[in-house]
Design a protein around this ligand. Structure first.
Ligand code: FE2
Ligand code: FE2
Length: 302
């Protein structure tokens, strides 16, 4: 497959998708002792000087990316994209094949220091494997970003990546760059602007329409094949306002709160595994092909 170069343009301000992830990692630095200090939504003991102004320090490309994302991810937009993509009738493709397909996404990253999409997936999965987690957990790590193939189908960056947030209800001020929501048409829609908006308290996240992106897409591709905790990892891994900021609890139900533990278990593998050696794709391939075959049919609907 020929590499698809994604041009940096008004439509796609980021030089590469990792620019967004680098920003998120910067915003949520790795806790000093992750083993004995599980993630906390907001640390009440955090001293004032530990707060950094992430918005002021963000690269102009990242700022522009969030501006576009917050302005255009409306309730109706997210609904329309679900309708457009969740029919899963575009093509049939195996999971490894999809990973290779995603790897044809070449953006302006530095090939000497940056990981390819496939290497990020393998690195995430390998770290999960190294820690002795179940096979489905390793597989969730391997597939979690496959939804980024939406970029290869011409979708703009702001509709593929970015921290996700609920549409149809008020915006939390813990979402990064909250003032950009002023330009979102939903901001002038009173029924979308109460804390609950169109939802009932405790309705459960399954009923909440998050902003559209690669998480929701891969969840639907995988939902018949993986256990529930893996599906939560896929579906909510970019929902930082929930899993890292502790927001929107009034929309969750008991099941969501149980599953949050797994989403939080997954997050460090996604965010903090980018600094070591590049995995050897050829050497790892047989293990992953076996693992995929254990859970998925040879071809999956995309
Ligand atoms: Fe992701
Ligand atoms: Fe990722």
């Amino acid at each position: 497959m020929n590499p698809t170069r994604v041009e940096t343009s008004g439509h796609s301000p980021l030089q590469n998708l990792e620019e967004w992830e680098d920003f998120v990692r910067d915003r949520y630095p790795e806790p000093a002792t992750p083993a004995d200090k599980p993630f906390q939504a907001s640390d009440p003991n955090k001293k004032k000087e530990e707060f950094r102004d992430y918005e002021a320090d963000a690269r102009p490309t990242v700022r522009e990316f969030y501006r576009q994302n917050h302005k255009q991810q409306t309730y109706e937009f997210a609904k329309a994209k679900r309708k457009e993509f969740l029919t899963l009738d575009r093509l049939q493709m195996g999971i490894w094949e999809a990973a290779e397909y995603l790897n044809t996404l070449v953006d302006d990253s530095d090939p000497d220091t940056d990981l390819s999409q496939l290497q990020h997936l393998l690195q995430t999965a390998e770290d999960i494997r190294r820690d002795g987690h179940p096979r489905w957990f390793i597989l969730a790590g391997f597939i979690h970003d496959l939804g980024k193939i939406l970029c290869l189908w011409g979708e703009p960056q702001w509709a593929v990546v970015g921290d996700t947030f609920p549409t149809g209800c008020g915006y939390s001020d813990k979402i990064v760059f909250p003032h950009f929501f002023a330009d979102n048409p939903d901001s002038s829609e009173p029924r979308y602007q109460t804390p609950l908006g169109i939802y009932k308290e405790g309705c459960g996240l399954d009923r909440v329409q998050l902003s559209w992106g690669h998480d929701e897409y891969i969840y639907h591709v995988a939902k018949n094949y993986l256990p529930e905790p893996a599906l939560y990892m896929l579906r909510y891994h970019s929902f930082y306002p929930w899993h890292r900021e502790g927001e929107y609890h009034y929309l969750t139900n008991g099941h969501d709160r149980e599953m949050l533990e797994w989403v939080n278990k997954f997050n460090p593998y996604d965010l903090y595994t980018k600094n070591h050696e590049k995995p050897d794709v050829d050497q790892l391939r047989p293990f992953y092909e076996n693992l995929i075959a254990e859970f998925f049919p040879a071809k999956v609907n995309w």
